[in-house]
Write a protein that binds this ligand. Structure first.
Ligand code: NAI
Ligand code: MG
Length: 359
């Protein structure tokens, strides 16, 4: 049979994004080479990001979305560099793609790895494993608001940043979370809210959660305020399985989760358009890390874990499992970058991951 060829758009963008996307591509190419012709990747790399902005005044081509729309998936690095204001770089590339391609579900597993020290003492003898499901299309990142509304100028400025919650948006992410919970050992969904203080959007969120949960009587539920949930991540994480939260709340909680697992450099994520009308985008949770960029210090595991999520999405779950085993073999062998207390370079870890594909 003819090999299945997956067309992947690579957007390394800025800083360590370039290093970890190169690492992830090397691991994926090794995987394909080892597949006895069962599947292949056809890559196209796009030069978009902050350097592109400095040259052209644009974060991506005017018709960039058109160029991307027929790919099977997008493999993304990280966007942002001190030469461009962060809100311009983020909205001009990553958020533009997420929102235009209706990638409304952002999946961020919190996965504890062998050989990696967690700052949580209980991680030593407790099974910890949960996933943050982030509403990725509206909420606090809807981009609604305005600045200098008072007209008073500097010193008297007023800005409004409005959160948008729709019943459709809440319901689809919650159903996604419940469906995901049904695939897990622990069938539980924790909803993160702030309805005590945010009495419109977050009360709608809570009402939809109650209504949707009635359709999943086999799934345990809880509703937890975001401040209490951040404490719970630290104190009772063994009680978590699927955590569903709004755009901002999940953004913050997932960084906390990855820090608890040992490093922001380990955390993987998928921005999914579940209807598959548009390509989905796979990227590490971390940013461009200007403090370590260009030095070969970046941990590629978050990017490689994101590649595993991409393989799952492309219908290659056995290959995704191989990537996970390679990651576990690498960390268990103590081949760790500096963020994990080791001395291995990005290349060392990448080589170990490739060697570990047959682990
Ligand atoms: P960051 O995630 O880039 O860095 C935070 C800390 O984690 C730094 O100490 C960094 O060295 C470390 N770190 C991050 N990735 C690592 C890796 N792979 N290996 C080892 N250590 C790693 O967050 P920061 O500093 O807040 O933002 C830097 C830039 O990245 C900003 O321009 C920001 O807007 C952008 N950013 C972009 C994101 C994206 O493209 N999805 C997400 C978060 C930030
Ligand atoms: Mg973030």
């Amino acid at each position: 049979t003819a090999p299945r060829t997956f067309r992947i758009a690579a957007i390394p963008a800025d800083g360590v994004g370039k290093e970890v996307v190169a690492a992830g591509r090397a691991v994926l190419d090794a995987l394909a080479e080892d597949s006895a012709g069962a599947f292949a990747f056809e890559w196209e790399e796009f030069p978009w990001g902050c350097e592109y902005y400095e040259r052209t005044g644009k974060m991506m081509d005017e018709d960039g979305l058109d160029q991307l729309k027929d790919f099977d998936a997008i493999y993304f690095g990280a966007v942002g560099w001190p030469t461009v204001p962060d809100h311009i770089s983020l909205w001009g590339l990553r958020l533009k793609i997420c929102q235009s391609f209706d990638q409304w579900a952002n999946i961020r597993p919190v996965h504890f790895l062998p050989g990696v020290t967690s700052p949580l003492r209980k991680a030593d003898d407790t099974e910890l494993d949960w996933v943050v499901v982030r509403e990725n299309s509206e909420g606090e990142y809807a981009g609604l608001g305005g600045r200098n509304l008072s007209g008073r100028g500097q010193g008297g400025e007023v800005a409004v940043q409005t959160a948008l919650f729709t019943e459709v948006g809440c319901e689809r992410i919650m159903r996604f979370a419940f469906d995901l919970a049904r695939t897990r050992t622990r069938r539980k969904v924790s909803s993160v809210t702030k309805s005590n203080a945010q009495q419109y959007g977050m009360v709608l969120w809570d009402d939809v959660f109650k209504r949707v949960s009635a359709d999943y009587p086999d799934v345990e539920t809880e509703s937890v305020l975001v401040d209490a949930m951040s404490a719970k991540f630290v104190l009772r994480p063994e009680d978590l399985s699927v955590v569903v939260a709004s755009n901002l709340n999940a953004d913050i909680l997932s960084d906390l989760g990855s820090a608890l697992a040992g490093s922001l450099g380990l955390a993987a994520s998928a921005n999914l358009n579940p209807e598959r009308r548009f390509p989905s985008m796979f990227e590490p949770v971390h940013g461009s890390a200007p403090d370590i960029a260009g030095q070969g210090l970046a941990n590629p595991i978050g990017a490689v874990g994101s590649a595993a999520l991409m393989l799952d999405h492309l219908g290659l779950p056995a290959q995704a499992a191989r990537l996970h085993r390679a990651i576990e073999a690498t960390t268990a062998a103590g081949i760790l970058t500096r963020d994990l207390g080791g001395t291995a370079t990005t290349d060392d870890v990448t080589k170990a991951l490739i060697d570990g594909l047959n682990a």
